[in-house]
Design a protein around this ligand. Sequence first.
Ligand SMILES: C[S@@+](CC[C@H](N)C(=O)[O-])C[C@H]1O[C@@H](n2cnc3c(N)ncnc32)[C@H](O)[C@@H]1O
Length: 217
Amino acid sequence: MDEAHRSTAESIRSLIVRSLASSAMFRAALTSVPPLERDPWLDLVFGLQSLPDDSSELPQGCVPYLPCSVDAILRIVDCAGVQASDVFVDVGSGVGRAAVLVHLLTGASTIGLEIQSQLVHASRDLMTRLNVSRFSPVQGDAVELTEFMTIGSIFFLYCPFGGARLEKVLDDLEPIARTRPIRVCSVDLPLPSRRWLTPMVPPSGDIAVYRSTLLDR
Ligand SMILES: C[S@@+](CC[C@H](N)C(=O)[O-])C[C@H]1O[C@@H](n2cnc3c(N)ncnc32)[C@H](O)[C@@H]1O
């Protein structure tokens, strides 16, 4: 990474830590970096080094930690229209990288559901390093926890699991969607169809963004 981008990473990090980085400032700094360099740039801002190991807490059939690309998250934020008033729930949140990125880009409050305790600890370390408070990492099985996320307005899945687990999570979101409109977004994970979910934009490449229709007139 060239020295100019290294320098913007340090400057924006210093502003975040002092709660002086607005969403617009953060986005402008991020998008001033060429697309291929945005992931290492973000890791520099967040102080994230090597990928953490997965542990035996990860159930068989669930997907290990791999961070979602900055590029996919930017497209999700734009297609789903994430606002500061939203509560963004990352289902399988790893070290909190995606959730904290969405918070910095939009001002939204974020919640992360993560089954591996060392990743939840890493999420709390990230919050402490950046002095970010509007992110709540919750440790546990997202398959059991999602139904309790009744304050969530946007649910994000970067392929934590598929099959019966994914079906249950979608079915558990339906009662929430009966009380408020929600959006469900996924990356690299085609969602099984549900009558109450309709695409907000035609699925394109790796991302899909749906909105609930249960409260439509
Ligand atoms: C592909 S990573 C995505 C991480 C994060 N969402 C991101 O985009 O940077 C999938 C994450 O889901 C977590 N995961 C897998 N199964 C889970 C489950 N049943 N409950 C909670 N988290 C789970 C894994 O531990 C891993 O951190």
